[in-house]
Design a protein around this ligand. Sequence first.
Ligand code: PLP
Length: 384
Amino acid sequence: MQLDTLFIHGGIDGDEQTGAVNVPVYLTSTYKQDGIGNHRGYEYSRTGNPTRFAVEELIKDLEGGSNGLAFASGMAAITAVLMLFRAGDKILLSANVYGGTFRVLDKIFLNFGLNYELVDTSDLSLLTSKIDDSVKAIFIETPTNPLMEVTDIAAISKIAKQKNILTIIDNTFMTPYLQRPLELGADIVLHSATKYLGGHSDLIAGLVVVKDSALAQRLYFIQNATGGVLAPFDSWLLIRGMKTLGVRMDRHLANSQSIIQFLANNSAIKKIYYPGYNSAQQLQIQNNQASGLGAILSFELDSAYDVNIFLTSLKLITLAESLGGIESLISHPASMTHAAIPVHIRHQLGISDRLIRLSVGIESVDDLINDIQVALNIARIHND
Ligand SMILES: *Cc1c(COP(=O)(O)O)cnc(C)c1O
């Protein structure tokens, strides 16, 4: 089946018993047993729930894996994956990973002896030189947030395989519609399903997919033992969102192209960040490993414009954290998503105070562009 069909009929397609075209929401904590040691596949909803199983099967099909697991948030999914490791192990992290990923490693797992090191994963020989006996995994996000740097998933996976360590990819920005890391050689793919997969800014969820059933068993053990599972109703909402991922993403992509064109021709915009936009080499990697460039873009406002006035003059585009919903959201990384990073490191990374990140929604692109133009007019600083 093609992806466009899998979104709608993948995983568990409807309800066998009643013919209901949607998987029911099984709001139950426990299940009747027919005798000692004789149950019908479900015992307790932390361990397993049919609605959660349906979304786990769906993401498994979409990413082309052997098993999927659903968690209460992207961070719960990331935390479960990090619990595969033990004290003395080290994870190599691409610089610019999601702030929460850095935070959980730096402030929690480090206390338990799991080490990490930030590396520029675009420099493959540097990366290889960092792999000693303690390194057990490479954790990558591509493209990165908010500067949209691209990392070569196949090249990294190859190095990791040679060294017998795991490749973990946070695929939140691309979604399986545009990029399927397991097919490129990665071992674990994870998502903040809060973003594009849910797609409607109405739930928090996380998903993990692997292609090796032994690894899946270890993750199922962690999921059940630590309990950060996705609730049945949220599982159902997530399935509902994922059914339209393909059509939503097509519109997200088309709108992004028009907005990039508008920004590129506007003197108010100093620099644009979008996968491959400032590097032919990165564009080639992106085109090799993904079937689109995504719908998150960042740009720097020229100093003749007031950033705060611009952000607060937008009427349609909402100033808010998060991304990937049908509505356009705009954010100021320096004071919002990346505020926890000390200012000198932030500037070193290229995240200036004039940088703005836009998650392009699926509204009429003419209305979006008009909103940006009007806000720019208001934000222009007049020196006369
Ligand atoms: C939002 C996000 C997360 C965290 O997910 P939550 O669902 O908010 O816990 C992880 N990675 C990326 C890339 C994200 O954008």
